[in-house]
Design a protein around this ligand. Structure first.
Ligand SMILES: *[C@@H]1O[C@H](CO)[C@@H](O)[C@H](O)[C@H]1NC(C)=O
Ligand SMILES: *[C@@H]1O[C@H](CO)[C@@H](O)[C@H](O)[C@H]1NC(C)=O
Ligand SMILES: *[C@@H]1O[C@H](CO)[C@@H](O)[C@H](O)[C@H]1NC(C)=O
Ligand SMILES: *[C@@H]1O[C@H](CO)[C@@H](O)[C@H](O)[C@H]1NC(C)=O
Ligand SMILES: *[C@@H]1O[C@H](CO)[C@@H](O)[C@H](O)[C@H]1NC(C)=O
Ligand SMILES: *[C@@H]1O[C@H](CO)[C@@H](O)[C@H](O)[C@H]1NC(C)=O
Ligand SMILES: *[C@@H]1O[C@H](CO)[C@@H](O)[C@H](O)[C@H]1NC(C)=O
Ligand SMILES: *[C@@H]1O[C@H](CO)[C@@H](O)[C@H](O)[C@H]1NC(C)=O
Length: 756
């Protein structure tokens, strides 16, 4: 069944406009710029530039610092954003087969507010959400709700929606068509859960505002990441690479951290893909950054239920593009082949000529089939780094709080390179290697991997009549050397496949500047952008030599990848997914640095912005059917125990209880739980675990679609150190009758003992 949200644009008009823009394009001559890739934009000269700064600027900066503000209004909050944990496609790998079947850990949004103590209008709010990417549409919906509550306090200018870029969350919330193709289109429940949860996180942060100080530190994450396209990285100039041999070489091994106070929390930045948990897992989770946040928060408040903590640990994503948590490398899983178990062919990440059998391995490979052990280990490397930074010497933050935000139309954006030459970006297109996927998950959008497999996707069936139009000579020349597979910039049927307008934003907290990136910068691309912003901040006297710049994303909107021009020439997955052509990074460097003056203490004027992209949600297609009804088998009731726990357990064993279930889509139980492990204490049951503890899982299985029956299995793997005693497990469900309203029920296991 096809359901459209709101009014539907008439197909005739869409097609006509489409043809029109197509014809227009044919008349365009695209400026081609031939370049010397070795010499281009090498930033190795920047430190020298900094040294040569006029001394009066440094003097001015230090005078300014003497009166700078060091006290800030600080607020931190956390809230649940978990959409439907069953029968919904997951977002990240964008694999049609990855439909969720339960819950490992709830997804959360963590909000960090910093404001000036004097002028309350000068504040920023940074959201670190356990989602795959930010999105202009969902950001717009959140901002509308915040405006209704807070007036002009939290706005498009100072509100940043960043993601942990995790790949095990609930899908269907993105506005553009391409990411929806595998998610059966748009899923209202996912969207609503994220909007509602982010607003609640801001509410909580706002309610917690109080005066405090901030400090910055950094440290090394040991064994936390690995470059997944090292052969593309090697294309960067040797002189530039030599600058980073002590900082991870082809990876940024540094974690940067903004400390909000030992009793309040922190916001850290470190680059590693949220792909520790494999694509074949179907339990909703948070991958390594959400796990790191849980582990850190639980270590500070061991008795608080996950999400009920007041200390908020932010593990935000940085220049994630070519990073992988699969630190052992990529190997062939090719049973029966001579190359089984061998490393994949390096340049192409293939095994016997194809990508499908080449898989990255995390540090816990073979400890479980889905990567859960690797996930915890990669999370722990980040927790260890954050603890050592928090316990070490940090530098105080001082200065004003400022923000800047514009929309930038990246299709055909013309700008000037540092050497004075004019360059331009291109309307979006995906290269062939995009279809190959990565060693973290082959074939990111699997419908492009084989012509015949596309027919397995019902949404693709609807749109395939309007397969992306073949690229014009100008479009081909603009994207060269990328061979174009999907000409998405020209695909607007039934609505835009990928964004052509992105959010450009920077938040300044004293001498700490966060650049929010509408995509995934590779390691070197991130370094170039950070260095350029920092140099501009210093040379323009906005911040003195203490300027500290981090990048975070994919944030606000999803403009796919951003490689250096040298990496782009290699056309690995990241280069093929650099949407707007070879000058994508240069365009961003130009735009971010040009916005630096608006972060000054007394900025003048407002920055020029392109038009906001049109809202697409009203034209979004959803193929997901609603819950029809739930039923218990004859002679049973919802919540009845089908398979009970044993009588006694010891630590390390798994308690597993199966109940007569109902679909959890009836009630997401946001801020609540689908399960509770309870301990008998002084004659009363006390909840000691919820569905967000990594030791518990919730798994739902549809038994009979016609009869409406299903089961729920709750597991608890007893952690070492669990106190001996009497325990039970409760299941909280909600059933929907064929006629009538949804009602809650509870199921309870038998009592069992845990012995030491
Ligand atoms: C400016 O830089 C671009 C990119 O590296 C290069 O193609 C172009 O030739 C340069 N122009 C001049 C005048 O040096
Ligand atoms: C770590 O912090 C120090 C002190 O602010 C700074 O000099 C250094 O550049 C930072 N390291 C990285 C990799 O950013
Ligand atoms: C693989 O990549 C490296 C580094 O970019 C390059 O030197 C080498 O020639 C490539 N090998 C093949 C077979 O393409
Ligand atoms: C899941 O995928 C990983 C990586 O490809 C693989 O090693 C593992 O065997 C798969 N698990 C199952 C149960 O198939
Ligand atoms: C691209 O930019 C050029 C120069 O600004 C302009 O003439 C042309 O119409 C633009 N093309 C598209 C497709 O927007
Ligand atoms: C689909 O598969 C069939 C059988 O292998 C093949 O003959 C046909 O060419 C394929 N179609 C496309 C569009 O690749
Ligand atoms: C729950 O535990 C049972 C029994 O140990 C096991 O068969 C099942 O795979 C577990 N489920 C999950 C989701 O781990
Ligand atoms: C479980 O323990 C509680 C509290 O002692 C008791 O009331 C209840 O009867 C026990 N249930 C079973 C099935 O033994």
């Amino acid at each position: 069944m096809i359901r459209r949200h709101g009014s539907c644009p008439t197909i005739v008009i869409t097609v006509a406009l489409h043809v029109l823009s197509w014809l227009t394009w044919l008349n365009i001559t695209v400026l081609r710029i031939y370049t010397d890739s070795r010499r281009f934009l090498s930033l190795s000269h920047l430190p020298r530039m900094v040294r040569l700064l006029p001394s009066f600027l440094l003097l001015a900066a230090s005078v300014h610092n003497a009166v700078a503000q060091t006290q800030y209004l600080l607020g931190l909050g956390i809230a649940d954003i978990t959409g439907p944990v069953t029968e919904t496609n997951m977002m990240g790998y964008a694999s049609l087969g990855q439909t969720d079947s339960g819950l490992h850990q709830r997804q959360r949004a963590r909000a960090f507010i910093v404001g000036e103590t004097g002028n309350t209008a000068n504040r920023i709010v940074f959201i670190n959400a356990d989602i795959a990417m930010g999105d202009t549409g969902i950001r717009r919906a959140i901002l509308a709700k915040l405006a209704a509550k807070y007036g002009s306090l939290y706005t498009a200018q100072n509100f940043a929606l960043s993601s942990t870029h995790q790949h095990s969350g609930v899908g269907g919330y993105l506005e553009n068509l391409l990411p929806q193709l595998t998610a059966l289109g748009f899923v209202q429940a996912t969207y609503d859960a994220i909007v509602q949860g982010v607003v609640l996180a801001v509410d909580r942060a706002h309610a917690s505002l109080k005066t405090g100080t901030l400090s910055i530190g950094n440290g090394t994450v040991v064994g936390g990441n690995r470059n997944r396209s090292p052969t593309a990285y090697l294309a960067n100039p040797a002189s530039e690479r030599a600058l980073y041999t002590n900082q991870g070489d082809d990876q940024d091994t540094t974690m940067s951290l903004l400390n909000f106070g030992a009793d309040r929390g922190f916001l850290s930045f470190f680059a590693v893909h949220g792909t520790s948990i494999y694509e074949n897992n179907t339990l909703i989770s948070t991958d390594n950054k959400g796990m790191a946040a849980y582990l850190y928060e639980a270590s500070v408040e061991p008795n608080a239920m996950p999400g009920a903590n007041t200390f908020v640990a932010g593990f935000a994503q940085a220049n994630v593009g070519d990073t992988s948590p699969n630190t052992l490398g990529a190997f062939c899983e090719s049973p029966g082949q001579p190359f089984d178990g061998q490393p994949c062919q390096a340049n192409t990440s293939t095994c016997g000529g194809t990508v499908q059998q080449c898989h990255g391995r995390g540090p816990g490979f073979r400890l479980d089939p889905y990567g859960f052990h690797s996930n915890t280990m990669i999370a722990q490397t980040q927790v260890d780094a954050a603890k050592s930074i928090m316990g070490g010497k940090l530098s105080p933050v001082s200065g004003t709080v400022r923000s800047v935000h514009i929309y930038l139309k990246m299709a055909n954006h013309t700008f000037t390179l540092p050497n004075g030459t004019t360059a331009m970006t291109c309307p979006a297109a995906m290269g062939y290697s995009f279809a190959g996927g990565t060693t973290d998950g082959p074939g990111a959008f699997d419908f492009v991997q084989g012509d015949n497999s596309t027919s397995q996707n019902p949404l693709w069936e609807i749109v395939k009549g309007a397969v992306t139009p073949s690229p014009s000579a100008a479009q081909i020349a603009c994207h060269a050397p990328k061979p174009i597979l999907l000409n998405t910039g020209y695909a607007t049927f039934p609505y835009s496949w990928s964004p052509d307008t992105v959010d450009i934003q920077m938040l300044k907290v004293g001498n700490f500047v966060m650049a929010l990136i509408p995509g995934e910068l590779t390691t070197m691309a991130g370094r170039r952008l950070r260095n350029a912003i920092r140099a501009a901040l210093i040379s323009q006297g906005v911040i003195d030599n203490s300027a500290y710049v981090v990048v975070s994303g994919p944030a606000n909107t999803y403009g796919h990848y951003i490689t250096t021009r040298e990496e782009y020439a290699i056309q690995r997955y990241e280069g093929a997914s650099t949407l707007f052509g070879p000058y994508t990074l240069e365009a961003y460097i130009d735009k971010y640095t040009s916005l630096v003056p608006f972060l000054a203490d007394s900025p003048s004027g407002t920055p020029a912005s392109d038009a906001a992209p049109p809202a697409l949600q009203s034209s979004a297609i959803s193929l997901q059917t609603g819950v029809v009804f739930d039923a218990a088998p004859i002679g049973k009731s919802f919540g009845n125990v089908l398979v009970d726990a044993a009588k006694t357990y010891t630590a390390g064993q798994t308690v597993s209880v199966q109940f007569v279930g109902a679909t959890p889509r009836n009630n997401l139980r946001l801020e609540g739980t689908f399960l509770s492990v309870q301990q008998l204490a002084s004659g009363a049951w006390k909840a000691v675990r919820s569905d967000s503890h990594p030791s518990t899982t919730y798994q739902w299985v549809r038994v009979n679609t016609i009869l409406g029956t299903s089961t729920v299995t709750l597991n608890w793997t007893i952690e070492a150190g669990t106190p001996a005693g009497t325990y039970r497990i409760q299941y909280f469900g909600d059933s929907k009758p064929l006629i009538g309203s949804i009602s809650a029920f509870t199921g309870t296991s038998g009592n069992f003992t845990v012995s030491a």
